[in-house]
Write a protein that binds this ligand. Sequence first.
Ligand code: GLY
Length: 567
Amino acid sequence: MLTQILISFKIYFIVVVIFSASQIFSSEDPVRAKNGLVVSASDLASNAGIKILKEGGNAVDAAVATGFALAVTFPQAGNIGGGGFMVIHLNDSRNTTIDFREIAPFSAFEKMFLDSLGNYNPEKSTTGMLSSGVPGTVAGLIYALNKYGTMRLNDVMQPAISLAENGFILDEKLAASINSMNEVFNRYPSSKKIFTDNGGELKAGMLFVQKDLAETLKKIKDKGSAGFYEGSVAEKIVEFSNKNGGLIKQEDLSNYKAVERKPAEGNYRGYKIISMAPPSAGGIILLEALNILENYSFNKEEWGSSEYISKLCEALKYSFADRTEYLGDPDFVNIPAEKLISKEYAQELFKKIKNNGVVSSEKIKPNLFDNHEEENTTHYSVVDKDGNAVSTTYTLNSWFGNGMVVDGAGFLMNNEMDDFSSKPGSANQFGLLGSDVNSIQPHKRMLSSMTPTIILKNNFPFLILGSPGGSTIPTSVLQVILNVIDFGMNIKDAIDAPRIHHQWIPDRIDYEKFGVTEDVRQNLISRGYKMGEVRSLGRVEGIEVDPQTKVYYGHSDKRSQGKAAGY
Ligand code: GLY
């Protein structure tokens, strides 16, 4: 009897331990769903997207709802005062992209950020209203909804309006993030009113209500794009811009158009890659690097080795050098995009890498330099029950843009003008020259690195992903793709694994904590690399689809504060 009791207890104990372990592991696993998944940097925004999917909306409806909700719950980068890119795959095999990047105001000019001595002044392109491009987000989200969505604007905007009007509980991370900008918000009464407590810091746990933003969102809901680009909201933007030395006028707002563009498309080891074409450099860098790397066959043990990191870095150096030489707004400059993403061109580069080994960046493309880019953007990925998928990255450029809330309209403005090359053709502090493909011109779009991407297997979504991170965006997206396709990691491990970054100039490898062991570091140095900063690289919000079962797996980067929500 006693033995029986002991055996039963042992079985019970084992079951409890296994069950607890599986609970522990399942909380570590990617979120699993069959009907739809939304992964974003904000749990409330992911929930808004899922609500729309549950109400019968498709992935585009949910993406528009998530985009508007992020503007309320993730003001660091979610926005209506900025711009971005949306990549769409529809289950009838159509693939398309929507470019809602900001444009330079009509009265912007090439040398607007140079001082009287002709020196570039970065302060001017990152702060104040002069740093703002004409916002594109509202036009882009509404374009997507009207053409590819199924629901009314009224319905998809409701979650965002409720979150702004009724408020939400400010969590520790958002409070800390807002408070880190307290000094900036205190400079502008309109920002101070919303993002400070009478000048002091906001408290975690408080109800964060944004009445002015709710009113602006309602105007958009009622009038569509005209609710933002015309009428009282537009008047507020123009008045605020005039008052603060900005260049945005009514004609800039009235003329803003989101543009539907052909995706940057390619394939990698039998998977179809659909990404963003210029004016984002993201898709081209990604495809160029993948095409070069396809010439290697990686074995699983190679991950993290100096050999693997070297292959990655050489592919990235050539891809980033081409970015600086060739890429800008396709409506203003001729871009040899087809060549840059062709397998033949990748073969040429691969041969150079094979023959020359590690070469210094200056030897790859002399006389060019690249601009520093802000790294604060946000990405979200959506898939619905029918296999429609949306990958969106949008931004205010810096965290909270230029920190300036449009008075009475409740939203922050971008400082995206900083993404132009402000001093092309002149030597920079390193004595290197910039190309003028990304120079400032009226109504031109500034070059971006955003890389919203959808990967198809047999014409069904396989990966949907993207990241913030300025120039580290394409390298982050690239490494997650390689982790899944070449190294067999699941989406969570692929996203959370440490990353490295090389962007040609500066000629150095940045890497994450625990990303490069000491012997690998020494090995890379002995191969001729300079080791750079140890820092966080990207925050990927991704979805993977099991090609056999069509079950969806989502994961919000451990570096992010977000959530994968599914049902
Ligand atoms: N502002 C960051 C980007 O567009 O890539």
